[in-house]
Design a binder for this molecule. Sequence first.
Ligand code: FES
Ligand code: FES
Length: 189
Amino acid sequence: MPDKRMEVARGVREPETVAAVQPREIRIHVNGEWRSFRLESDLSPATTLSYVLREKLGFTGLKVSCDEGACGACTVIQDGKAVLSCMVLAVEADGHDVLTIEGLPQDDPVVVAFAEQCEPGYGTAMQCGYCTPGFVMTARALLNENPTPTLAEVKDALAGNICRCGCYAGIAQAVLRAAEKMKARRSGT
Ligand code: FES
Ligand code: FES
């Protein structure tokens, strides 16, 4: 059996490309279900996680606005951490757990708090709602790690998300109210 390295060195064989050694099947655990993709036919090595979630799987809650990691609209939770899905390659998500806003229960305290913070005269957390899924997922990840954040910690966690309608005060209040709701659930009140 000829040594492949010797054949490459002698110019008889081309070196194996990066694509050739990447896995042929990509499996991503999305909202509790494993989804599989073929690397050559379904995805390219440059396909982003945001593209897969929106265009391949139809999870259109996340938005792709800047597509360069600057606005937070595409935020999802990967393995418990908020990530910008436009900055994650699908191949990097292979084998990982991904949660989009569609995967949250309707009675999730963050979802409920954001919905309640829409009441007129209440200091709204959303106007057009374009940024909302990204803020909700960032807040969800924060409260998973820190269930009782201060206002300063909330603002710090949300610093990477942009709301063009300027609802920042209402959004921060919604996150604090979500934390209160979680505390009430823990204590059974
Ligand atoms: S679309 Fe991903 S950060 Fe803006
Ligand atoms: S509510 Fe419109 S961008 Fe935030």
